[in-house]
Design a protein around this ligand. Structure first.
Ligand code: NAD
Length: 489
């Protein structure tokens, strides 16, 4: 590193057995809105993972024997401490990830706080099953126990939000964990580690190893003493994790990519639908697994929709993420920006039309952000269903708009991708809304809204979008082992 770099660099350390421990080598982490290296992240491998798993194993007997109420109180305390530092967490998340400060303040960090509170509460309310068999003089009942050391691997798009969505249920159920956040967004996880002791989380219950997927991630996935892995990330990485964990028969929860359709019928309330669909396409720079990227609009309203949708998209302000009036921040990395831009180029080469954004409108950036990884919200049309822009997850501020004629046709087209995570349906016809929702191959269907979540209910995808579900009951079942006990009397 240059002098200028080394002076201001933030250096993270692994958190193992309740202590911060330095690592022998580090990875550079960039501020996506300036392009500068500003942080060094431990480049952990087998040795660090081994130490973390050992600490987690040692902490398991005590933590798992605490009552749900005791664990619940600790989770609530941790939630309060994060909430107390909400602004510092939001600033850090925005700087590390490129997302707008407004999004970090209103979505990421409040949700991380809520994740702990939610599972602190839900863990108190589970009941197990009991059946009677009078003819045999028997009763049967189920009992549930924590599994052991859980390996948690999370992506870069919603760093603390998604990591805590795993840590909270895992430890609420009595497991201990080794977490590996994305190497590109590790700062808020490290900040959270500083609060664990004060919250009353015993040493070794939450361990965090920082580093790359190939080194630290694989070491965790391959560790024989980690019987369950909860992973959120890309479908490609999930395939690798499945292969690497197969010899150990590990329990896997996989939350993966999406290519989410919005289906807009001609009786939709466009005054609601248009701003919401702009938001579902471009929120967090389009870097949310639930973002809309294929918009099917019924022929009769197609041209009006397109005109109003593009006008609304153009209102979104792209620029400095720390300006509270900014709507679109920076993409995560230079490589990712290049990948997203290439999709737009490919679409153009195939004859599609770019109505606004990349390559069409000028992008004016403040002086400090000239080297940041910015891109304008981009709307593509006249694109075929077979095109890579309509089939592959782009994970950036790019959305495709195409017309359709009938309900039957649009269901088939919406289902015509390998993914099945989330869909939105817009119509004023209740019967149609139910019919279409039932036939979509999608783990979540929102009608006349987007991203309204009840954490009690299952979250997850079909087809290449994942295996397993997360939520109050689903996460409880994943993070516990069930046993059926029969008593003859
Ligand atoms: P990614 O798969 O590249 O990485 C995710 C995590 O896995 C990172 O921590 C990474 O270091 C780690 N990893 C990479 N290779 C690994 C390996 N061989 N073994 C173990 N760990 C490994 O994904 P990303 O680019 O960070 O995130 C974007 C993807 O995540 C998108 O596809 C998005 O749709 C998906 N996502 C899904 C959900 C959901 O809930 N379904 C939520 C958010 C993001």
């Amino acid at each position: 590193p240059t002098m200028a770099h080394s002076k201001a660099l933030l250096v993270l350390e692994n958190f193992i057995g309740g202590k911060f421990v330095p690592c022998s080598s580090y990875i550079d982490s960039y501020n996506p809105s300036t392009g500068d290296v500003y942080c060094r992240v431990p480049d952990s491998g087998k040795e660090e993972v081994e130490a973390a798993v050992k600490a987690a194993k040692e902490a398991f007997p005590i933590w798992s024997s605490k009552s749900p109420l005791e664990r619940s109180q600790i989770l609530n305390k941790l939630a309060d401490l994060i909430e107390h530092d909400l602004e510092a967490f939001a600033q850090a998340e925005s700087k590390d990830q490129g997302k707008t400060i407004t999004f970090a303040r209103t979505v990421d960090i409040p949700r991380a706080v809520h994740n702990f509170r939610f599972f602190a509460s839900s863990i108190l309310h589970h009941v197990t099953e009991c059946t009677e068999m009078p003819a045999m003089d028997c009763v049967h009942y189920t009992s549930r126990a924590p599994v052991g050391v859980a390996g948690l691997i999370s992506p870069w798009n919603l760093p603390l939000y998604l990591l805590t969505w795993k840590i909270a249920p895992a430890i609420a159920c009595g497991n201990t964990v080794v977490a590996k956040p994305s190497e590109m967004t590790s700062v808020t996880a490290w900040m959270m580690c500083k609060l664990l002791e004060k919250a009353g989380v015993p040493p070794g219950v939450v361990n965090v190893v920082f580093g790359t997927g190939a080194k630290a991630g694989e070491a965790l996935v391959c560790h024989p003493d980690v019987p369950l892995i909860s992973f959120t990330g890309s479908t490609l990485t999930a395939q690798r994790i499945t292969e690497r964990s197969a010899p150990h028969c590990k329990r896997l929860s996989l939350e993966l990519g999406g290519k989410n359709p919005a289906i807009i019928f001609d009786d939709a309330d466009l005054s609601q639908c248009i701003p919401t669909t702009v938001r579902s396409s471009f929120a967090n720079q389009g870097e949310i697994c639930l973002c809309t990227s294929r918009i099917f609009v019924q022929r009769g309203i197609y041209s009006e929709f397109l005109k109003r949708f593009v006008a609304e998209a153009k209102k979104w302000k792209t620029g400095n993420p720390s300006d509270p009036t900014t709507d679109v921040g920076a993409l995560i990395s230079k490589e990712h920006l290049e990948k997203v831009r290439n999709y737009v180029k490919k679409a153009q080469a195939e004859g599609a039309r770019v109505l606004c954004g990349e390559g069409v409108d000028p992008l004016a950036l403040p002086p400090g952000n000239q080297k940041g990884y910015f891109m304008l919200p981009t709307v593509i049309t006249e694109v075929k269903d077979e095109s890579c822009c309509m089939q592959e997850e782009i994970f950036g501020p790019v959305t495709c708009v195409v017309p359709f004629d009938t309900e039957e046709e649009v269901i088939k087209r919406a289902n015509g991708v390998k993914y099945g995570l989330a869909a939105t349906v817009w119509s004023g016809n209740v019967g149609r809304v139910h019919r279409v929702a039932h036939r979509l191959q999608s783990g979540l269907v929102w009608t006349n809204c987007w991203l309204v979540r009840d954490l009690n209910l299952p979250f997850g995808g079909m087809k290449a979008s994942g295996i397993g579900r997360e939520g109050a009951k689903d996460s409880y079942e994943f993070f516990t082992e069930v046993k059926t006990i029969t008593i003859k009397h």
